[in-house]
Write a new protein. Structure first.
Length: 285
């Protein structure tokens, strides 16, 4: 029996590739998480260029990926019972958190995410990867919310072109062209709500034209039987159930921010993920 989702919601996920919105925590809890993020940014240096035109996300480089190994509060979040109950309803009781990704768009900046399918780049041999896109600020059409193409997760892999555009938040600026924007749907979420989508689903987002930062954290959950096809080593955090397969090195939860044990794993894991993301990339765009 499902813990949170009813049959209609599960059916919509199977058919359309997404569910939105789902309340994961109270607005007050989301505000507390945002405060912790912004305290982390202040302590470790928010990254802005002198030219506002070229200002990037506050968390850059390695801080954007696998951040649950650096921030204790984020490691606690990926274990949040409500989140895990929803994911279990979709892919079962044994769950690994493969990675976390920050997607932060500052006010008035040109940064965007082009149309793409995550499954085209991550090297994971599974049809059971759930992305939980949790909002810590309002994600609206004005702020550049996630847009999805319903049902595209059931299609064969679409053709992607690497653009390496300077304002594209994706590693390679990978882009699917010719998307029917009229068929796309905005995933509107308030702080504490999440959009849940299949990692094969084509999605994108536009620049932030609102008066507040657009802050979202993507948490990627897989089943332990998943394998990494593009590299011999990969890591993940066991967050529920058990791992009877051993395909990933299991990450411990940090005991504090920048726990030396998990920082070392983060460095290896971040380098490994970047190798995967850039696998088969051309030498020039």
């Amino acid at each position: 029996m499902a813990r949170v989702l009813d049959a209609e919601a599960i059916g919509a996920y199977r058919d359309d590739g997404f569910i939105c919105p789902i309340t994961m925590m109270s607005p007050e809890e989301a505000r507390h998480c945002r405060d912790q993020l912004e305290s982390f940014e202040e302590e470790h240096g928010r990254v802005f260029s002198e030219s506002r035109e070229h200002a990037g996300e506050s968390l850059t480089g390695s801080y954007r990926f696998k951040s649950h190994l650096l921030m204790k509060w984020l490691a606690d979040m990926v274990h949040h019972p409500r989140i895990l109950d929803v994911v279990e309803d979709l892919i079962g009781p044994d769950l690994l958190c493969w990675t976390t990704h920050w997607f932060i768009k500052e006010v008035g900046t040109p940064h965007y995410v082009s149309w793409h399918q995550d499954s085209n780049y991550w090297g994971l041999d599974t049809d059971c990867l759930v992305s939980v896109w949790l909002a810590l600020s309002r994600s609206s059409a004005d702020s550049g919310c996630v847009r999805v193409l319903p049902g595209s997760h059931t299609e064969t892999t679409m053709i992607h072109i690497d653009t390496y555009h300077e304002h594209n938040m994706l590693t390679r600026g990978q882009e699917i062209r010719g998307i029917d924007e009229g068929a796309a749907v905005n995933l509107l979420v308030e702080p504490g709500e999440a959009a849940i989508f299949d990692y094969r689903l084509a999605h994108a987002s536009y620049p932030n034209r609102s008066d507040d930062r657009r802050i979202g954290i993507g948490i990627r959950y897989i089943r332990p039987e998943t394998r990494q096809k593009l590299r011999s080593w990969d890591s993940a955090m066991l967050v529920r159930g058990e791992d009877r397969y051993g395909h990933f090195e299991l990450e411990p939860s940090p005991r504090c921010d920048f726990d030396p044990v998990t920082v070392e794993i983060h460095q290896r894991a971040d380098a490994a993920q970047r190798e995967v993301y850039y696998a088969d990339a051309p030498s020039s765009a």
